[in-house]
Design a protein around this ligand. Structure first.
Ligand code: PMP
Length: 308
């Protein structure tokens, strides 16, 4: 448990990770009723800086709302708790995991008005999710991304990640680093926990949100940074064929940041060139560490969050 630091925040109290236990009868364990966020705090000269904390917490509130779950805390309270959590644990940089889940009591499938809505926030050190030096090799997965006609895919719900695990598991077993999922109609959707972008000349294309794509906060960030760098950004349906003839492909996500995909289904993408992905990663790193004055509002500094 040491990897999760000394402190966790659960239901308004500060506890040790070893005490963060729950009953086997927890609704979320039986039926998947969990909702979460993944956020990063970066090391800066002004102390740890949390990237787009408010946007992440607001997405958590929306994820719950799709399932008629109301959080018992405000975004302000969760923001304060997150800052204090990092300060208490003394991490310079870390991954942050706010998690909402339904507890007890319940009788059958449905939670009731009495079913407790738990909220916990943990954090832990997380390095590079992918090896970005060479870029990664991906395969188009045999399972499709769950469609929004079946479940709200804009909700970052725990249950969606069974689909992600199938996608990623297949890719890993087949010797690849990551999966690219198609949506129900056969258009490109996203990777297991990251959005996808294709580069062709000065145009950067990404699947529109109706392709079972999570509205990634890194996706939004990179689209804005790319526009500012003079690229044209297009959101549309992307056919599978387009993957293989892109100049470059890259993934975006809080964990993945900006990661270049150099090969899809054993076909080299643009000869492995990563020019645009590297440019975007550099800009992204500047943004997350507060080096872009015009985007300082994306950052929450942790310093002196703990009230005496
Ligand atoms: N798609 C999925 C399925 C994800 O889990 C994630 C990670 N949250 C993303 C895309 C990227 O989202 P973000 O940039 O907000 O981390």
């Amino acid at each position: 448990m040491e990897q999760y630091g000394q402190w966790m925040w659960k239901d308004g109290a500060w506890i040790e990770p070893t005490d963060a236990n729950t009953s086997i009868m927890t609704h979320a364990i039986h039926y998947g009723s969990g909702f979460f966020e993944g956020i990063r705090a970066y090391h800066t000269e002004e102390g740890p800086a949390i990237f787009r904390l408010r946007e992440h917490l607001e997405r958590l509130v929306r994820s719950c709302a799709y399932y008629h779950v109301t959080l018992p805390y405000t975004v302000d309270e969760l923001e304060q708790a997150t800052m204090e959590l990092i300060e208490r644990n003394g991490f310079e940089a870390c991954y942050i995991r706010p998690f909402v889940f339904l507890g007890t009591p319940w009788q059958a499938l449905m939670p009731t008005a009495e079913t407790k809505v738990h909220v916990a926030i943990s954090c832990w050190p997380l390095g590079e999710y992918f090896n970005k030096t060479v870029g990664i090799r991906a395969k188009v997965a045999s399972y499709r991304r769950v469609s929004s006609t079946m479940m709200p895919m804009q909700a970052k719900a725990a249950s969606n990640y069974m689909n992600s695990q199938l996608l990623k598991g297949e890719a890993l077993r087949d010797g690849f680093d990551e999966a690219i999922a198609l949506d129900m109609n056969g258009n490109v959707s996203e990777a297991s926990v990251a959005n996808i972008f294709l580069v062709k000349g000065k145009t950067i294309t990404t699947p529109s949100l109706d392709c079972s794509v999570l509205d990634g906060i890194t996706r939004q960030t990179v689209m804005q940074l790319a526009r500012e760098a003079g690229y044209e950004i297009v959101e549309r349906h992307i056919g599978r064929d387009e993957l293989y003839v892109a100049d470059e492909i890259f993934l975006t996500g809080t964990a993945a940041e900006v990661t270049s995909v150099i090969e899809v289904d054993h076909i080299s993408i643009g000869g492995g060139i990563q020019t645009v992905a590297t440019e975007m990663l550099t800009r992204y790193r500047e943004a997350v560490t507060g080096q872009l004055p015009e985007h300082r509002d994306w950052i929450t500094f942790v310093k002196s969050a703990v009230k005496e």
